[in-house]
Structures are given as C-alpha cells and as structure tokens.
Design a protein around this ligand. Structure first.
Ligand SMILES: [Zn+2]
Length: 288
C-alpha cells in the first residue's frame, strides 16, 4: 500500500473509532432517562443500546459502553443523573468486543478509573480495537482499551453484596460473555441474565479461516443459554428484549414489567432459527 493511502486509512480508522457512524441507527445515540430495572440493577444506556449499572455499597459494575466516546459520555450522564458518582464505578465489563458495546470503554476507563475485565478470547479484540474473525461487515474498528483482568468461563465478580457470574457464550464474537446475577426485588429473589448477542451479524460461518470453531461455538452457546434459569432477561440491544415497551408498562404501574421467565428461551429459539437459515444460505452460496 502507498504511504498516502495508508495515512488516509489510518485517519479514517481514527475518525470512525471516535465518532458515531452515519449508518448507525439513530436510537443508538438518543438519550433516554435512566431508571432502576429490578433490585440493584439500573438502565443507563441510550434508547437503542444497553448499558447496565449493577450497584453495591462498595461500588458499581458497569456492563457495556455504547459505541464511542460520545456514547460513554451519555452513559456517564445517566449514572450521575441517578445520583451515583463516576469514581464509584469500580469495574467495567463487556458483553462482547464489537464497537457498539465496546467503543466507549476507553473513555469510561479514563473518566471513572475503573478496572476493565474481559473474557480471555475477547481481550485481543478490545486491545486492538477491532472485531476478530472473518466477517462480511469488515473490521468495525473502535477505540482500543487496556484490559486489567482477563477471565474464563465461570468467573465470579464480587463487589460488596453484588455477585456476577460470567458464562462464555462464543459465536457472535469468540469471547462473547453472558453475565448472570441474582437480585431481590420486592422481597422476591430473581435470576437475572444479561445474554450476549446471538445473531450472525456478518460472521462468516462457512470457511472462517480465523475462527474455525464458529459454528460449533454458536451451537454450544445456544444450549448454554437455554439452560440458564432466568426470570429477567436484560440484553445488549433494545429490540432484543423490547425494553422500551417494558419501561412504558413499568411507568404505567406494572411492577412485573421486566419479569418474564420464558423470554430467554424464546430469544434463543428465534436466534437459533435465524442462525440455521443463514448457515444454510452460506452453505448453498459456497457450492460450485
Ligand atoms: Zn455484536
């Protein structure tokens, strides 16, 4: 590549890592009022992209970061609007190393001083600031972030009275992490699951040279997710869990708006059907 071309590409990469992309859905950067969901869990994301604060008396855990430094600032404003202090955010975790959930991590780390935890397989993508594995959507670069602690399947994160458990559910990314926790809400114990994304999202399923186990990983993750006892499913994207509808019901007085013990199974079944369809499409496209 000619130097001029490589400089241009570097400038473009920096620009896309720092700013919202024109093609991103508008609701990813649209602010909404943050709110308590159940127990010690708060919604602090934008209208379309989730970010979850899990609070404790010894500080807070923040799951996901929005797509960019501006997305991080939106989350920070939401955390403060709820009355929490940014330096009390102690740990940043990430559902998966895609720009729309990881692009604000570096900004959040700088502004809160929190430690970044990442699954071992997703760490290289976070450090590099780009998607890992062959993907028809390209590398989707984002601001890289230094990871302070890596972990594997079953890792517990304890902070004060809050305990989260990491379940590796790879496929969508190679280190996709589903977090679970238990809360008490109105005297009821509830199992809460934050499922990692399960869509194909441009992933090459047939002949993926840099992620050879991708199909088997998706299959194993569907099985893992189906087995997680879940009363409340809190996903990474609004539309995956109809979060706006639930919030409206909550505002109308429904204290059980976010409780649906069958939702995760339905979500996984639908994801599996879409996966099978896309796998068949890619298989037939590859035939000579
Ligand atoms: Zn993703």
């Amino acid at each position: 590549m000619k130097p001029a071309a490589s400089i241009l590409l570097a400038v473009l990469a920096l620009a896309t890592a720092g700013a919202a992309r024109a093609e991103d859905p508008a609701n990813w950067s649209k602010p909404i009022r943050p709110y308590r969901v159940v127990g010690n869990i708060y919604y602090v994301g934008s209208e379309g992209l989730s970010a979850w604060l899990i609070s404790s008396s010894e500080g807070h855990v923040l799951l996901d970061s929005g797509p960019s430094p501006a997305g991080a600032k939106l989350i920070e404003a939401n955390i403060q609007a709820l009355g929490f202090k940014l330096p009390d955010v102690k740990v940043l975790i990430n559902s998966h190393a895609h720009f729309d959930h990881a692009g604000g991590l570096a900004q959040l780390k700088a502004d809160t001083g929190a430690r970044v935890w990442a699954s071992r397989p997703d760490e290289p993508a976070l450090k590099k600031g780009q998607h890992f594995g062959d993907n028809d959507n390209g590398l989707t670069s984002f601001a890289p972030v230094k990871v302070d602690k890596t972990f594997g399947d079953g890792q517990k994160l304890k902070l004060g009275e809050a305990t989260l458990v990491a379940h590796l559910t790879p496929g969508h990314t190679i280190g996709c992490t589903t977090w679970t926790t238990q809360v008490v809400d109105r005297g009821r114990p509830l199992n809460v699951t934050f499922p990692c994304s399960t869509s194909v999202a441009g992933n090459v399923l047939v002949g993926n040279k840099t992620y050879r186990t991708i199909v088997a990983d998706y299959r194993a993750s569907f099985a893992t997710l189906k087995a997680l006892p879940t009363d409340v499913m809190l996903p990474a994207h609004e539309e995956q869990g109809h979060l706006l509808d639930k919030r409206k019901k909550m505002l109308a007085g429904d204290v059980n708006a976010f409780i649906d013990p069958g939702e995760l199974a339905r979500f996984v079944t639908a994801s599996e059907a879409a996966f099978d369809k896309e796998l068949a499409r890619q298989q037939s496209a590859r035939k000579p």
